[in-house]
Each structure stands twice: as C-alpha cells, then as structure tokens.
Design a protein around this ligand. Sequence first.
Ligand code: GSH
Length: 345
Amino acid sequence: MPQRLRVLGGTMSPYTRKMVALLRYRHIPYQIIWGDLNQKLAELGIEKPKPVLYPVFLIPDENGQEVASVDSTPIIRVLEGMYEGRSVLPDDPVIKFINYLLEDFGDEWVVKYMFHYRWTNEMDISEARSKLIYSSMVSVPEDMVSQLAKMFSQRQINRLFRVGSNDTTAPLIEASYKRFLALMGKHIETQPFLLGTRPSSADFAIHGQLTQLIAEDSTPRQIAHDISRRTVSWVDIMEDQSGVDLDKTDWNDPENLPGTLIEVLREVGRTYVPTMIANGMAALAGEQNWSCKVDGAVWEQPVNIYQAKTLRWVRDEYGKLNASDRGRVMDILRATDCEMLVEDN
Ligand SMILES: N[C@@H](CCC(=O)N[C@@H](CS)C(=O)NCC(=O)O)C(=O)O
C-alpha cells in the first residue's frame, strides 16, 4: 500500500477505539482524522457512506480512489486481504468461529453496557456530552458547547430504548456487566488474550467497548475498579499491542479451551444468545417489539434490524464450516448454552 490508510473517528466511539488498537497491533500504516464525520467527509470531497457511523475507513478501490466504508467487522476481514501478517483471525476453523462469536458479543452485547451507563444517570450524561463535543471540535467556542451538547445527548438518550436499555432491562444489563468484568479478570489471569497468547479481533471488539466503560465514563469506571483492576489494566495495554512478538505466541487448542474462557462463553449463552435469537425471530416476522427471558427475568425492547443481520452473519460463519468442524464447534456451544444460536440454521 503506497499511502497510509485514512480513518475518520472519534475517541468517544467504541468502534473507533476497537479499530485504532487493531491497526496499531497489525502494524498497518494509518492516519486518523478526528472530528465530525459529515464535516470531514465534505472537506475531503468524499462521498458519504451509508449509514454515516464512526469510524469511517477510506479504502482505496482498484483505481486507487478512496471509498468511504463503515462497519468494523467486515472491514477487519478486508484489511486481512490488504495487509499481510499479524492476522487477528485464528487459523483453526473452530477457534476462528469462536472468535467471530465473541467479536459479535463485544460489538452487540457489551455495547449495551456502554450505552446504558453513558446515557442513564446525570453525571455520566453530562461528562459524555461535553467530551463528545470537545473531542471532535477541541477549539469550539465555549458559548456554543451547552447547546450542542444538549442536542447531541438528547439524540443518544432517545436511542437508549432502541439498544434495549429501559427500566425492565437495566438490572439485567448491570448484573451482566459486573459478571463480565469478573469473568474477564479471571480469564486474563490464565492468559493475556481471549483465545491464546496473541490478540484476535474479539479482543479488539471487547477492548473498544471497555475503553468507554473504563477510560471514559465515571460510573462504570468505578465499578470496574471495584471488581477487576486487572481488566482495567488490560484495557490500557490493549490500546497499543504493536510490540507483541508473534514468535512467542499461539492460539488456544480448540480441544482444550481454558475453563475461564468457557465461563466467558457461558455469559454469552446467558444473555446475548436468547436476546439475539428473539430479536432475529421478531425481525423475520416483521414485528416492532419483542420480549424474551434472560436469567429468568423479562427482557423487552424494539426490534434491532442491524442485530438481526449480525446474527445471520454468525450463522453464515457456522455454515462455512465442514461437518467435522461443526461437530467440534457444537460441543463447545452445547457446553456453554450457546447452541440455539446455530441449531436452527
Ligand atoms: N457496527 C458498526 C457500528 C458503528 C457505530 O454504531 N458507531 C456509532 C459510534 S461508536 C455511531 O457512529 N453512532 C452514531 C452517532 O454517534 O451519531 C461497526 O462495527 O463499526
């Protein structure tokens, strides 16, 4: 690649932090442009992607023209084809599938902790909304900040219900966040990354969300310090893993996964799996809302069309496996209450 890959992002965006950490780890030469996406794309004369979401990657097409792309999970796979070495995708098909599942759990479930804590209580709302403005316009005149911040936070608070944070689900989200911190803490006591001694795309997905929960927002930050300071430090070191020496690392053996990873996958089976399935079924039936049981309690929220799509992607990944690898994956999914995710494939 002759030029540095250009990325438009924001520090308060978990998916931006996921991708910047991944670019550093992979030694991909990049430029990051912080700021308002619509304004920056207009300044660069680049057509907007659909939808306009952080981060936007400007990926050269066959003529070298930069094209705006969004959606971190498929972009990671495009980057694997563009840049050799330091892959974040495990070689073994079974571990590769588990990685895909954990990456989607990070992107689509851990984000619920993030959204919920950021936009529920006054102190967190107030901090987040001013940092959202300052981080994209550091020299903005002070007298404009309060109006911009109000506009911005109202838009996000209106979205809270859409991501599934409401009075019914709040205790379930908070309990899952606390369990997840403890499980992550135990797991990284066994090995430094989710799937071995080298990081995978799932580590970056979870890291991205935890940067917000631990490095940015006060309430979840305090909870993390109380539950797992090891995980707090993991988030710091994940930020830049450019020094990992791959000669000294390996992926886990799929036949012998650490018990602590199985426990993390049980959390996936307890929360992400029933909600993704109920959402997917409601989307298919053309319904507006759905409800299901999580941990014996009711979860209800509006249909999320995007999450119905990512569930199909998880199922497609499973569909790509040969019969023997499906059996090996299924053994892990059955042991962790995740089997429904793919059983009706
Ligand atoms: N699935 C997308 C999600 C991207 C996303 O939801 N980005 C958020 C910020 S992290 C966003 O831009 N939301 C709209 C907004 O903030 O205006 C990905 O993986 O990149």
